[in-house]
Design a protein around this ligand. Structure first.
Ligand code: DAT
Length: 160
């Protein structure tokens, strides 16, 4: 099963994805590293600029049928069995990105994107299996347990 972990930069995708693969025994794929490795797209400042169609085409060829957790703010465009949209209070996103050295403009852009649900809306347009998990005030472990609980519930629903 392919699980895409998406969300605004700074929301906690990498932290949660790495913990999730530990619990599930899946492979971890960082979408930006994968794209750069394959020569798809290029870095523009803090961001990867990429042709989404090309990314999807390559990803499907390399990972279809595998058990992976793919981490990236474009991962909801991939053919995933489940999309996990992580959320956090916009103020937390702002603080984390500032600390990361993002430009004022990029901090503002991402805070606003979180505020108006950009990634959630995109994910819902792209995939039928979307779950949204708020990380605010939770530890990464608590977030992962919540995701695992939702996966179990979803699987049971489909089975029976
Ligand atoms: P992203 O991959 O979305 O850019 P990250 O995982 O690199 O985010 O960074 C998120 C930071 O937030 C990291 O320093 C850990 C921290 N954090 C605090 N509470 C968290 C939680 N409940 N879930 C995920 N990360 C959390």
């Amino acid at each position: 099963m392919i699980i895409a972990v998406t969300g605004t930069p700074g929301v906690g995708k990498t932290t949660v994805s790495k913990l999730l693969v530990e619990k599930l025994g899946y492979e971890y794929v960082n979408l930006r590293d994968y794209a750069l490795e394959k020569g798809i797209g290029e870095m523009k400042g803090e961001e990867l600029e990429v042709e989404v169609d090309e990314l999807v085409y390559n990803f499907e060829r390399d990972f279809k049928g595998k058990d992976i957790v793919v981490d990236g703010h474009l991962s909801h465009f991939l053919p995933a069995d489940l999309v996990v949209v992580l959320r956090a209070h916009p103020r937390l996103i702002g603080e984390r990105l500032k600390e990361r050295g993002y430009s004022r403009e990029k901090v503002g852009e991402n805070v606003e994107a979180e505020l108006v649900d950009v990634i959630l809306v995109e994910a819902l347009e792209e995939n039928e299996n979307v779950i949204e998990v708020d990380t605010t005030g939770k530890t990464p472990e608590e977030v992962v347990d919540e995701i695992l609980g939702l996966i179990e519930k979803g699987v049971k629903k489909r089975v029976g």
